[in-house]
Design a protein. Structure first.
Length: 347
């Protein structure tokens, strides 16, 4: 048999075997057998030098052509088997007897839920819910609330000022430090009787730690009418506390000072952990302060042209994040804004 016939035989054999390969392992075995160092084709190529010069060209050419053809066929076969493999894997994946993958269900953020719950309690008592701008003028945030420039109360609310100067060179724009500016905005635009609650974001220039963050939420509320007294304030807030924290939680009022109310009070509820006997959470007092309130200062009313001789009102404001913290014993306010689903899914 001439060498050329041998090459022809190798070709038939190799291509025939290739058709029968079924996976990557068999392909590799085929490659070693027909294209490897010890393959017969390689032997032919190595023995070229021993052939008569006139045959070298024809035999060498035929052997190299076969080598190229086998390499190409191998590549094609690899591709075909690869496709079959992925297709069969896809069929295997679809096992209709397996339970389905439940897509995660979204839910409201705990702070949003508390705002909703509080708003519902107050609207059931005749309050209406309004929202206001978070970027505010100095006038509404301080001035109109009886906190003029140089008033020490400004120092208690570290303010984020907006980088904006008016023609007088003043910086009158800020991120509101409380929700109280909306008291003034509502009073400017509506006549008493008024009963309004204002939930929303407020901002302070504060370093972040377990109890401080630069953005948090408050809910503000006020009522103005003829003959509104401290008894209305207490009645409204007792009712709120009982409905929100439960009938059995005691609540109490004590004197406090805020520039825009006179007199001012703070309301505390009985500590949920120690039931009033004193623990670490309540600083051994048995009580936890939840809000500040008071009778609206006559000067605030005068400024918006409401006659303090004829009308009076009460106002209150409370931090929102504190409430679920107290309710669920959360000791780090940063958790609310850390986007950790393990935390957020608990509510
Ligand atoms: Zn306690």
């Amino acid at each position: 048999m001439s060498v050329l016939q041998q090459i022809e035989g190798l070709k038939k054999e190799a291509l025939g075997e290739l058709e029968n390969t079924g996976d990557a392992g068999q392909l590799e075995a085929w490659r070693v057998r027909h294209l490897g160092k010890k393959s017969r084709l390689n032997e032919v190529l190595r023995s070229l030098s021993s052939l008569p010069v006139e045959d070298r060209k024809t035999v060498g050419g035929a052997a190299n052509r076969l080598k190229a053809e086998l390499e190409e066929s191998l590549a094609n076969r690899e591709e075909v088997l690869g496709k079959q493999h992925t297709a069969s894997a896809r069929v295997e994946q679809l096992d209709i007897t397996l339970p389905g993958c439940r897509p995660p269900i979204g839910r409201l953020h705990p702070v949003t839920r508390v705002i909703g719950e509080m708003s519902r309690i107050f609207t059931s008592m005749g309050f209406q819910v309004v929202e206001g701008p978070e970027v505010e003028w100095d006038y509404y945030n301080f001035e109109a609330l009886n906190i003029p420039k140089e008033h020490p109360a400004r120092d208690t609310m570290a303010t984020l000022w907006v980088d904006y100067e008016n023609e007088k060179g003043e910086r009158p724009m800020l991120m509101r430090t409380h929700t109280s500016p909306m008291q003034v905005r509502v009073m400017e635009n509506a006549e008493p009787p008024l009963r309004v609650v204002v939930p929303g974001k407020v901002y302070r220039y504060e370093a972040i730690d377990a109890t401080h963050i630069p953005m948090f939420h408050q809910i503000e509320g006020f009522a103005i009418d003829t003959n509104i007294t401290m008894a209305d304030l207490k009645g409204t807030l007792y009712e709120f506390a009982h409905r929100f924290f439960g009938r059995d939680r005691k609540a109490r009022f004590r004197c406090d000072y805020f520039p825009f109310v006179e007199p001012g009070v703070e309301m505390s509820i009985e500590c949920a952990v120690c039931k009033g006997s004193g623990c670490r959470l309540c600083g051994n007092s048995g009580w936890i302060e939840i809000l500040g309130a008071g009778m609206i200062h006559p000067r605030v009313l005068e400024r918006v042209n409401i006659d303090p001789q004829k009308f009076s009102g009460f106002a209150f404001g409370m931090g929102i994040e504190r409430i679920p913290m107290l309710r669920y014993g959360i000791d780090d306010i940063r958790l609310f804004y850390g986007s950790d689903l393990r935390f957020l899914r608990q509510f």
